[in-house]
Structure formats: structure tokens, C-alpha cells
Design a protein around this ligand. Structure first.
Ligand SMILES: Nc1ccn([C@@H]2O[C@H](COP(=O)(O)OP(=O)(O)O)[C@@H](O)[C@H]2O)c(=O)n1
Ligand SMILES: [Ca+2]
Length: 443
């Protein structure tokens, strides 16, 4: 572990996009360890920002952490600002600057240098946001998710290597292992930590942690804190991970299903997932408008797809098609049926697209609201012809994933949230806590 020198300036960014929202980083002061039930013990968050590391007369300080989310559909930069107002007080999360580009790195599978250029453009934002005298002390890290997991090792590594070069050429602190593909189980856990940290559930006495559902392009995650012994007993060993804080042990249920993200599910429904040499072949589905014939690029591959010209279309046949993709493929923990979950990413986007929730506000939905919308869209595709041709398929997949995949009830509540206190509900904040701790960035 590299010791990071104390920072001494109090100047902040002049370009904060988000409002100043002090959130105590209390949780990270505690002894925080992380245990995969089936693997090695990993220490996390231990002694993050230990007090008394810096001179007692240190001024109020601002410091930054830069985390890239290289997702399957886009690359995003999160620049977090932390402030320590006095040597005695705990650092606070002050805000976040966020920007994103499309498509994601995996679309540059055959042009790694071009892919890395997209990262460089985003990193230029950090040059503007972080004061120059703090550049050398500000760590930059990129973690890739399902898009790169699905590429060949060789192509994924070529992309990561190019990105690493961009980082090395930047003025920022480039830790070892700064560019990598993240293990799927961490994605769920880090998002759970972010959401529960932002909603204040990880400090204080009466903690009511919330479960999280993330639906990406290529993978999907479910994470919650089981309340019943049964769940711990009945879950596969590698679905359980525990960590300690404030002298409590949290044993989380988490799993990332690769190939069950929304876009991968489109391909699976079309029968095109993992197909080689798909060029020219036409994939048809009852979930698409009858007359549709089009092309779609995903993960660097071109697919031709279309509607069932002669055959059936609509919710019923579509549901049967989608069911084949999810039925019996996911573990169904009994206790989640009645509980409520935070849901984001494509759950959020599709709910916005169909006016189930407001883009800015988010909202609370029941599982059956997605089914109702799926029926409405699929049975009236001509009315929705200005929307994405996949809208019916996407809503039907979300419905089937929730009901038949995870086993949620029709009335299970979903809290759809993009931001909490103006901070993105993304795994990247949890990952930044881990990063700062591992570097010993303290005052
Ligand atoms: N900071 C972020 C990151 C992703 N997303 C959403 O996540 C979905 C795409 O997931 P992704 O590109 O991260 O794919 P995976 O690599 O996670 O499978 C889209 O709905 C994005 O809008 C978001 O809303 N906010
Ligand atoms: Ca994601």
C-alpha cells in the first residue's frame, strides 16, 4: 500500500456540476473487511482516512477521486470531491462531476486506440475540474464491466492497454491496477454500498438497508442483505459475501448474471447471442413491429433483425419468446418476493421512456406497472413507431426478468432512482471509497 502525502490546499473546483452536499464518510472509518464466502478474505475500507495522520494545524482540504465506468453501452467519468473541514472532523463527500460518452469501449474492439481516445476526452474534463496542484495526488481508475467481459481476452487487453497509456500520459496519480475488468460480484456490492451510503443506511442505529437491482446492457445484478437464515442456507455459496463495519457484519446476497443485460437479452430473444458469423443472417421476433427490417451494432458485431412479417406479434407471443431467455436461469431467493428494491440503469430508462416516471424525479413503481406498459406497447406497436423498435421487447424482458427470473410478486415495490442527493447511484462511488482507502489517501 502506498502512503499518500497529506494534501494542504483548500482550493476547490470552479466547475462543480452538482450542488454542495456534505455527506459524512463515517462508515469508512470503521474497521471494514470484506469476505467472499468461498474465497480469500479481502480487507476493505480499513482505516480509511485515519485521524491524526496529518499535522494538527492542517487547513480545510479538498481532494478528488476519478473513477471511470467502462460499461457495455457507454463510458462515464465520475469526479468525486471530498472535503475535510478540520483535522478532527471526518472527510465529507461534497459532490460529483459526471459526464458520459457513447458507445462503450467494447464497440472499439478492433480499434483500441480510438477507444482510448474517448477516455482521453473525458479525462480532459478532470484536467479542468481538479486544480493543477492536486493533479499528482488525484488517483484515476477505470473499471470495465460486462461489455469487455464478453470480448476475447486479447481484444479486451488491447483496449485496456491503450487506456492505461492515456492515464500514464495524464498528470494524475495512476495506481497499480488502475485499468481492469471488474468482477461481476463487486459491481453489485459496490452499487449496494453506494445506495445505502447515500440514503444514510450504513450509519446510526436503525439501519434499514435496501436491496439494489442494476440492469446494464450486457449483465444484470441483484444485491440485498438477507433477513432470514433460510436465505443464507439456501443460496449458492458464491452468491454470499460478507463485510464488517461498526462492529456489525453484513452478509450480502449478490450475483451478476452475464448475458442478462437488456441488450444481451435482445440478442438472446432473437436467437443471436453468441452466434458466430452472423453477417447477413436475419433474426426475427414477435416482439418487433411486423414490417421492420433493420441492422444493429452491438459489441462490435452487426446484426440484422426484423418483425414476424407473416406470423404473430404482440405481448402474448413476445412474452413466450422472452420467457425462454429467463425461465429457470436465475436463482430465486424466497424472501425478496415481498420486499422493495432500488432499481436503476435500464429499469429507470425504460420507465422514463414510457412515462411511468419522470426523468428528474424518478418514482416508485410496482412490478405490474412494467407488465401493464409492456402489454400496452406490444399490442399497439404502430402507435409507438416513433420510439425504439425494441421498446416492446425491452419492457417484456424487464417484466419477465422481474417475475419469472427473480421471482418478484406483481406488487413488489421498485424505487427508481438515478441520483440520491445529486450523486449518481452507481457502483463507482463504492469503488472510489475502496480506491482512496487502498491508496491511504488521508489527511
Ligand atoms: N452512471 C450511469 C451508468 C449507466 N447507466 C445506465 O446503465 C445502462 C447501460 O448499462 P451499461 O452500459 O453500464 O452496461 P453494463 O456494462 O453494466 O452491462 C443504461 O441504461 C445507462 O443509461 C446510468 O443510467 N447511469
Ligand atoms: Ca453498468
Amino acid at each position: 500500500m502506498t502512503a499518500h502525502p497529506c494534501l494542504t490546499s483548500s482550493s476547490g473546483s470552479g466547475r462543480m456540476a452538482s450542488s454542495r452536499l456534505p455527506i459524512l464518510l463515517a462508515l469508512v472509518f470503521s474497521s471494514f473487511s470484506f469476505v467472499h464466502s468461498h474465497s480469500n478474505r479481502v480487507m476493505w475500507f480499513q482505516d480509511l482516512f485515519p485521524p491524526n495522520v496529518c499535522p494538527i494545524n492542517a487547513k480545510a482540504n479538498t481532494f478528488y477521486g476519478i473513477m471511470f465506468d467502462a460499461g457495455s453501452t457507454g463510458t462515464r467519468i465520475h469526479i468525486y470531491t471530498f472535503v475535510q473541514k478540520s483535522p478532527e472532523s471526518l472527510p465529507e463527500l461534497e459532490g460529483e462531476i459526471f459526464e458520459s460518452v457513447k458507445p462503450g469501449l467494447s464497440a472499439y474492439a478492433d480499434q483500441p486506440e480510438k477507444g482510448a481516445e474517448t477516455v482521453k476526452k473525458l479525462l480532459d474534463m478532470a484536467i479542468d475540474a481538479v486544480p493543477p496542484h492536486l493533479w499528482k495526488k488525484t488517483p484515476v481508475v477505470l473499471k470495465a464491466t460486462a461489455g469487455l467481459r464478453l470480448l476475447s481476452e486479447e481484444k479486451a487487453q488491447a483496449l485496456l492497454l491503450e487506456v492505461k497509456e492515456v492515464f500514464e500520459e495524464s498528470p494524475f496519480l495512476v495506481p497499480e491496477d488502475s485499468v481492469s475488468i471488474m468482477d461481476g460480484s463487486y459491481e453489485g456490492i459496490l452499487a449496494w454500498i453506494t445506495v445505502n451510503f447515500l440514503t444514510g443506511q450504513l450509519s446510526g442505529q436503525n439501519q434499514h438497508t435496501v436491496g439494489t437491482l442494476d440492469l446494464g446492457g450486457a449483465s444484470t445484478q441483484i444485491t440485498f442483505l438477507p433477513r432470514f437464515e433460510e436465505t443464507l442456507k439456501e443460496s449458492p455459496g458464491d452468491f454470499l459475501t460478507s463485510f464488517e463495519m461498526f462492529n456489525s457484519t453484513y452478509k450480502l446476497y449478490t450475483h451478476s448474471y452475464l448475458g442478462f443485460g437488456l441488450k444481451a437479452a435482445r440478442l438472446a430473444t432473437l436467437g443471436a447471442l453468441n452466434m458466430e458469423a452472423v453477417d447477413g443472417q436475419m433474426f426475427r421476433s414477435s416482439c418487433l413491429p411486423k414490417q421492420l427490417e433493420a441492422e444493429w451494432h452491438f459489441g462490435g458485431v452487426k446484426y440484422r433483425y426484423g418483425g414476424n412479417k407473416e406470423g404473430e406479434t404482440g405481448f402474448k407471443p413476445c412474452y413466450l419468446e422472452v420467457l425462454k431467455v429467463v425461465k429457470g436461469k436465475l436463482h430465486q431467493p424466497d424472501e425478496i418476493r415481498g420486499s422493495s428494491f432500488y432499481a436503476f440503469s435500464y429499469y429507470y430508462d425504460r420507465a422514463v421512456d414510457t412515462n411511468l416516471i419522470d426523468y428528474e424525479q424518478g418514482g416508485v413503481l410496482e412490478v405490474r406497472d412494467f407488465e401493464r406498459k409492456a402489454k400496452e406497447v406490444c399490442d399497439n406497436m404502430e402507435r409507438y413507431n416513433s420510439a425504439s423498435p425494441f421498446l416492446c421487447m425491452d419492457l417484456t424482458y424487464i417484466t419477465a426478468l422481474l417475475k419469472e427470473g427473480f421471482g418478484f410478486r406483481d406488487n413488489t415495490l421498485l424505487q427508481l432512482t438515478k441520483k440520491v442527493n445529486n450523486i449518481e447511484t452507481s457502483w463507482t462511488l463504492g469503488a472510489t471509497f475502496h480506491l482512496l482507502q487502498s491508496l491511504g489517501i488521508t489527511y
